[in-house]
Design a binder for this molecule. Structure first.
Ligand SMILES: Nc1ncnc2c1ncn2[C@@H]1O[C@H](COP(=O)(O)OP(=O)(O)OP(=O)(O)O)[C@@H](O)[C@H]1O
Ligand SMILES: [Mg+2]
Length: 252
């Protein structure tokens, strides 16, 4: 099986802005060489994802999932280690990324499509399908800054899902969608999976991860704590102790 994503000993640190202003920095520097502390958001992570695999990326808030997705998609560069990907990557990491609030939904489809690497002709050809999926025809000429968060997610997902990518990454976008839209997205993601494309799916919803993926990675404070079957990942995270969870898992 061909390798699709290879993450090899990857680390990424961020600086904690405890002293934000120049004045604070100067004062603290005088007090003894103060430097903003740094921390590792992703700490020496290594794994390989084969072409056509659907992998869930799980972990508590702040464990480094979105940072790792940004490293895979090339939005961020690792401080140490290497990330290799094969083919075109598309997806949704931050719902509002790649949109301009003052431009209309129509204009933003072209803007976002271009950011995701689509030529104008390709967007022209897929335009109706995108609008239809997002179900936002009535609001196409409204500036997206006036969209609700769910409408934003619909548009973002619809554009991302229209790209013919080899690797599809999705970061918790389904959280703000209403149940019918979530169901539609999950159907679309399983279709992408069935087409043999690679999927990296970030979600706290164990039912959704179980339905879409066979394998899950668990991040703990930036470190890869677990890599294996989803059911074991859920157990590892102790998420299966919450019985009332996941009423909204949705059918695929
Ligand atoms: N650009 C940045 N600058 C500084 N710190 C950052 C930056 N991006 C993320 N972080 C920090 O890195 C850590 C990991 O964040 P990340 O967004 O990857 O977590 P996550 O696992 O996606 O969490 P969530 O489940 O809440 O989405 C957090 O402590 C966060 O504050
Ligand atoms: Mg995140």
């Amino acid at each position: 099986m061909a390798e699709s994503v290879v993450v090899d000993h990857v680390s990424k640190h961020f600086t904690m802005l405890n002293a934000r202003t120049l004045k604070q920095r100067v004062v603290r520097a005088r007090q003894g060489g103060f430097r903003n502390p740094t921390f590792l958001a992703v700490d020496d992570a290594s794994f390989t994802i084969d072409q056509g695999e659907a992998v869930g990326l799980m972990g508590l808030n702040g464990s480094g999932k979105s940072t790792l997705l940004k490293l895979i998609s090339g939005v961020l560069r690792p401080d140490r280690g290497t990330v290799l990907t094969r083919g075109r990557i598309a997806g949704l990491i931050e719902v509002s990324a790649g949109f301009h609030p003052q431009l209309s939904g129509r204009e933003n489809i072209y803007l976002n499509g271009a950011i995701l690497g689509m030529e104008k002709d390709e967007v022209d050809q897929k335009f109706d399908q995108i609008v239809d999926f997002a179900d936002l025809e009535r609001f196409l000429d409204t500036p997206v800054g006036r969209y609700s968060s769910g409408m934003f997610a619909r548009l973002g997902f619809a554009v991302a899902a229209s790209v013919d990518s080899d690797i599809f990454i999705i970061d918790e976008v389904l959280a703000v969608g209403d149940p019918p839209f979530k169901k539609k997205c999950l159907q679309r993601i399983s279709q992408v999976r069935d087409e043999g494309r690679t999927i990296v799916f970030v979600s706290h919803n164990t039912t959704q991860v179980k339905r879409l993926c066979e394998r899950a990675l668990v991040l703990e404070g930036g470190r890869l704590g677990f890599d294996g079957p989803v059911a074991d990942a859920v157990h590892y995270l102790k998420y299966d102790e919450d019985d009332d969870e996941d009423a909204e898992g949705g059918e695929i």
